[in-house]
Design a protein around this ligand. Structure first.
Ligand code: FES
Length: 373
């Protein structure tokens, strides 16, 4: 522990004696939010537009931050219009970065409230609540590997953290990388990747530009076996990490399963893979009871109940929005909901429902707790 942090913790101990019911950390937070020990925040140090719709945000995390492993993600919260939204973003910087900062790169999604805000409105100097790094989309540190990366769009971000780390440390393995983007100008970190490939011969970079021949989608330029054979003839000898939109990941999973190589494939998703909802499935009236007060809204069969609650002006606790973190779990009081990933119907009162990946399967009532402040 440094002299500075020892002194800070002693001062905190003394202040705690007099600070009840608040902890010293609450007062310390007023001086510098990054020193707070009761919640983890990060200061926006810099914003940088990578492309027309993608922005890299440099964050200085508070003192409770734990060094990430290349490929991991974190939760980021943003207050918008008096409500707090949370999303998960891969960390694109290397853990070897010297200044203690981390970066995330956010791409605007269609109808994305939070991504739109981060890319268009976020200002330097803002403090944002963050979570600790999580995830196992990482390359093993002890075993030598020959990775094949298959990425598209902002699926590049966790891989960028890995490449930057190997570059800084100077131990670039034998890497093959296929990246999909509509046009060359859509490739985030495009110039950096080209420069890295020129400087590090063990890194082989292939950009597949799916709309470069015109604005219609070219199926010939989407992932398939023939293309993989051409771009990476030794793919059978490599371990594969894939990250990108659902359509790409589905094609990649199908291919590696057919080739009997599923166990060598690691996939990172930004959204849950959803099952087909039956054509005759009906939604219903969703009621969220918060502190005894019901709030109701119409819910169709396919919209996640988290979104239904948010559109009704509520602010349920949530994290990943894709069924991983369980932050959004709330108990079913009555009625029926459907797990949109599996199609399973849940109708047992008291059962916990992940509202980010569950839709109404008729009228339903759920007990919502007020989010912690
Ligand atoms: S928000 Fe993570 S599981 Fe629902």
């Amino acid at each position: 522990m440094s002299l500075m942090s020892t002194a800070r913790s002693r001062v905190a101990d003394v202040v705690n004696l007099f600070a009840t019911p608040l902890q010293a950390s609450h007062y310390v937070e007023l001086v510098n939010p990054l020193w707070s020990s009761h919640k983890l925040q990060a200061r926006v140090e810099e914003v940088w537009d990578e492309t027309a719709d993608a922005r890299t945000i440099t964050l200085r995390p508070g003192r409770n931050w734990r060094r990430h492993r290349a490929g991991q993600h974190l939760r980021l919260g943003v207050p918008i219009g008096g409500r707090r939204f949370t999303r998960t973003y891969s960390i694109s910087s290397s853990p070897e970065r010297r200044d203690g900062c981390i970066t995330v790169t956010v791409k605007v999604l269609d109808g994305g409230r939070m991504s739109g805000h981060l890319v268009r409105n976020l200002e330097v100097g803002t403090y944002l609540p963050i979570g600790l790094p999580q995830g196992d989309f990482v390359v093993p540190e002890s075993t030598p590997v020959r990775p094949l990366f298959i990425t598209a769009g902002s699926g590049l971000t966790p891989v960028m953290s890995m490449l930057r780390t190997w570059d800084i440390v100077g131990n670039m393995p034998d890497v093959a990388h296929i990246h999909y983007a509509p046009h060359r100008y859509d490739v985030i970190y495009g110039a950096e990747l080209v420069e890295l490939a020129a400087r590090r011969p063990r890194y082989r970079y292939e950009a597949v530009l799916t709309r470069e021949g015109g604005d219609g989608p070219s199926t010939a330029r989407h992932f398939d076996r023939a293309q993989l054979d051409a771009l990476c003839p030794d793919w059978m000898e490599r371990e594969v990490w894939a990250c990108g939109p659902q359509s790409l990941l589905a094609a990649v999973e199908q291919h590696f399963e057919a080739a009997g190589r599923s166990r060598f494939l690691h996939v990172e998703r930004f959204r849950a893979a959803l099952a087909e909802v039956p054509a005759d499935a009906a939604g219903g009236r969703a009621t969220f009871v918060i502190d005894g007060a019901p709030v109701s809204a119409d819910a169709d069969a396919t919209t996640p109940l988290l979104r239904v609650a948010e559109d009704a002006g509520l602010n349920p606790e949530h994290g990943c929005r894709m069924g991983i973190c369980h932050t959004c779990d709330i108990p079913l009081v009555a009625g029926r909901v459907r797990d949109l990933r599996t199609g399973d119907v849940i109708d047992e009162p008291g059962q916990l429902v992940q509202i980010c990946i569950s839709g109404a399967a008729g009228d339903c009532e759920l007990a919502l707790t007020a989010p912690a402040t």
